[in-house]
Design a binder for this molecule. Structure first.
Ligand code: NZQ
Ligand code: ZN
Length: 383
């Protein structure tokens, strides 16, 4: 196990009917900017619960954060923060709304061009405090310090991290996910599964706590994921999926171990250039990364195959192949496509897809050996 220092300061409030707790979680006297997305919270009762809990606070609303949140929209919210003297941000939504809120929190104090936070990794020295009511179990953004923002004008999608944008609290009521469309539920299952994989499927460093914890999360996500589309209003299924998704990316399982994240980075341009949902990009790319990196990842692929998908028969090569197919099959059973061709993306699009990786000079994967050319090969496997 490698050395690590770790602090996750997010207070989690989990369970049925917990949105009312906002009243005590937000500092009294705050001027709150309530940030949300395209309006789903107005049709499923979440908006009423939130505004009831905020009675007694001064509240300004900012609606219209897009899925894969736009830099341009975030900057409009930054202007509202400055004009209205906002001192607390409340995100009510999925990963997109939370990520946008984190960026707004940081950009509100940024000297110079706020885009530098994303494009140049500019250090964040100050950020507004923020809280979260999560409505979609997927990204783990409710309990981490990361955010991913897209710039429409340049078709770029980039991320940043800062301990200053950890939410002060996250309210997780699994009942709010009952209203999710099947596509978003399935996206959440696949995204959270791959978050575990990005941290687990590298090479062994004898980190037993992290490995067993990661395996338990994958088991829960596969077991409950395979039930949830048929039982969207089953509290226990939703609760287990929600807590698994949070733990998949609240940084606990990633301490002291090598991490990959190449599927995520290769996937960003698929969203920015072709509009695929985040999880849709991952369902295509992960089997390609597993396949291309099968030698480097062999020990962990075999272990994952045995523990999660019951792949125990055959030669090493056969078990590796069966595990890759089992992973792809899981995504397809959840209703996601796993080939670029299914989105009409062809070999001719590949150069443009890997251009951002070339431009940023990224060397991805746990060995730093996936550059734009290797990324192109991985994508070619998925045509
Ligand atoms: O816009 P609204 O009305 O909120 O509707 C959303 C949106 O259309 C809808 N939705 C959310 N909760 C709902 C609901 N509809 C009905 N009932 C509910 N309870 O679902 C749609 C998708 O929402 P979105 O927030 O975009 O989904 P998700 O949570 O999957 O977030 C995706 C974004 O997070 C980033 C992705 O790149 C993408 O931009 N990620 C953030 C990470 C992080 N911060 O750590 C890590 C991830 O790997 C990921 O990259
Ligand atoms: Zn993800």
């Amino acid at each position: 196990m490698n050395n690590f220092e770790f602090c996750n300061p997010v207070k989690v409030v989990f369970g049925k009917d917990t949105i009312g707790r906002l009243f005590v979680l937000i500092p009294q006297g705050s001027h709150v900017l309530l940030i949300y997305g395209g309006g789903s919270i107005k049709t499923n009762g979440i908006y009423e619960q939130v505004t009831d809990a905020l009675k007694g606070f001064k509240v300004t609303e900012f609606a219209g954060i897009e899925a894969n949140p736009h830099y341009e929209t975030c900057m409009k919210a930054v202007q509202v923060v400055k004009d209205k003297d906002i001192n607390f941000l409340l995100a009510v939504g999925g990963g997109s709304v939370i990520d946008a809120t984190k960026f707004i929190a940081a950009a509100a104090y940024a000297a110079g061009d706020p885009w530098d936070i994303l494009s140049k990794g500019k250090l964040i020295e100050k950020a507004l405090p923020l809280g979260v009511v999560i409505t979609l179990a997927a990204t783990g953004s409710e309990m981490n310090e990361r955010a991913v923002i897209s710039r429409v004008s340049t078709r770029q999608k980039l991320n940043f991290m800062s301990p200053l944008v950890f939410p002060k609290f996250a309210v997780l009521d699994p009942q709010v996910t009952y209203s999710l469309p099947a596509r978003q539920t399935a996206n959440g299952v696949v995204d959270s599964f791959i978050h575990v994989v990005e941290q687990y499927l590298t090479y062994p460093v004898q980190a037993k706590v992290q490995d067993y914890f990661a395996e338990s999360l994958m088991k829960v996500i596969v077991e409950e994921g395979l039930k949830v589309l048929a039982h969207p209003k089953d509290y226990d299924i939703r609760a287990n999926l929600m807590w698994a998704a949070t733990n998949a990316l609240n940084c606990w399982i990633g301490q002291g171990i090598p991490q990959d994240w190449s599927s995520h980075r290769i996937g960003y341009p698929l969203t920015a250039q072709f509009g695929l949902d985040h999880a849709q990009t991952l369902a295509i790319i992960l089997p390609g990364v597993m396949s291309y990196m099968r030698k480097e990842k062999e020990e962990k692929i075999l272990r994952m195959g045995a523990v999660i998908f019951n792949v125990t028969e055959g030669s090493t090569e056969e078990r590796v192949e069966k595990t890759i197919l089992a992973v792809e099959d899981f995504f397809r059973t959840m209703g996601l496509r796993t080939r670029l061709g299914e989105y009409r993306i062809t070999e001719e699009d590949l150069d443009q897809l890997v251009e951002p990786i070339r431009e940023m000079g990224w060397k991805l994967g746990e060995h730093g050996n996936i550059d734009w050319q290797v990324a192109r090969e991985i994508l070619r496997l998925r045509l």
